[in-house]
Design a protein around this ligand. Structure first.
Ligand code: NAP
Length: 293
């Protein structure tokens, strides 16, 4: 069994990007600029946005963090996004989810200029993904593809089971794996809360992508010998023995499942860092397009 080390793979992607950014700067070109919008005080969101800003610094991007109180109006958020859409100095815009209940995530995402949609959630972006046209790839599925690529794990002709059908992870992941691009050509089964015989279906998978947010859901009896296991889940579980007061759990029972897997991602240190590396690649792409226009 081999651990798919997301920290290491993400670092090699960021190192390569850092060189490309240095080259842009040396040629007198603008470096990529990512703007993140954070609404409210959700602890997990704070952590994710902090990691994204830090990654920007690492690779040499400009970054701006715009914070709003939980009570900010939808109008104010949309107005800010429209201003950022018009600002030629801004290459990528991301709005950290989840949003307060009075703000529609659909409306906010749709307001972002698709050319700056580096999270890859805009309907235009997803539409192009479905059609196999060049576009941004949503950051988490893209991070998983980059991980498979880094470890040279073949997807062609294999049976991939994706558990979870969210618009940001499961659904785009299933589209990429079933597409004809590199790291596609798999036969894909997508499972959700109404799937019957999920255990039996999962046990036939060569590749399992667990993205449901249920700690330890994928157990040893659900995976076949030699399967590749990608654990997307991140759930905070109260733990008084930790300084932070919580620990992070994935969707896979790692100790038992790792005994049967050929490759497996840990949580933390697996898909999480790859998601951020993918976001950096998307932001670089958004900026590079400008330089070649
Ligand atoms: P989500 O929007 O809550 O979607 C969860 C999906 O799992 C839904 O499609 C749901 O089915 C399905 N599901 C829930 N319980 C199930 C069950 N018992 N059996 C089968 N399917 C079940 O979640 P998400 O945003 O995709 O995130 C999933 C997990 O990934 C979360 O833990 C999240 O924190 C994590 N995540 C990690 C990263 C990263 O960078 N590592 C990025 C994004 C998300 P229905 O559609 O039928 O309700």
């Amino acid at each position: 069994m081999q651990i798919l080390n997301g920290k290491e793979a993400a670092q090699s992607i960021k190192d390569a990007l850092k060189l490309e950014v240095a080259q842009l700067a040396a040629n007198g070109k603008e470096v990529p600029h990512l703007v993140a919008i954070l609404i409210g005080n959700n602890g997990a969101s704070e952590t994710y946005v902090g990691a994204k800003v830090k990654a920007c610094e690492e690779v040499g991007f400009k970054s701006t963090l715009i914070r709003f109180e939980e009570t900010v109006s939808a109008f104010k958020v949309l107005e800010t996004i429209r201003d950022l859409n018009r600002d030629p100095d801004v290459d990528g815009i991301l709005v950290q989810l989840p949003l307060p209940e009075h703000i529609s995530a659909d409306e906010v995402i749709t307001c972002i200029d698709p050319a700056k949609d580096v999270d890859g959630f805009h309907p235009n972006t997803i539409g192009k993904l479905v059609l196999g046209q060049p576009s941004f790839i949503p950051a988490t599925p893209y991070g998983i593809i980059l991980m498979l690529e880094h470890y040279k794990i073949e997807t062609k002709g294999r049976h991939a089971v994706v558990i979870g059908r969210s618009n940001i992870v499961g659904r785009p992941m299933s589209i990429l794996l079933s597409g004809s691009g590199s790291y596609g050509n798999a036969t894909v089964t997508i499972c959700h809360s109404h799937t019957q015989n999920l255990k039996e279906i999962c046990a036939t998978a060569d590749i399992v992508i667990a993205a449901l947010g249920r700690p330890g859901f994928v157990t040893e009896d659900m995976v076949k010998e030699g399967a590749v296991i990608i654990d997307v889940g991140i759930t905070r579980i109260a733990d008084e023995t930790r300084k932070s007061g919580y620990r992070i759990s994935g969707d896979v029972d790692f100790p038992a499942v790792s005994q049967k897997a050929s490759f497996i991602t840990p949580v933390p240190g697996g898909v999480g860092p790859m998601t951020i590396a993918a976001l950096m690649k998307n932001t670089f792409k958004a900026c590079a397009v400008k330089h070649y226009e």
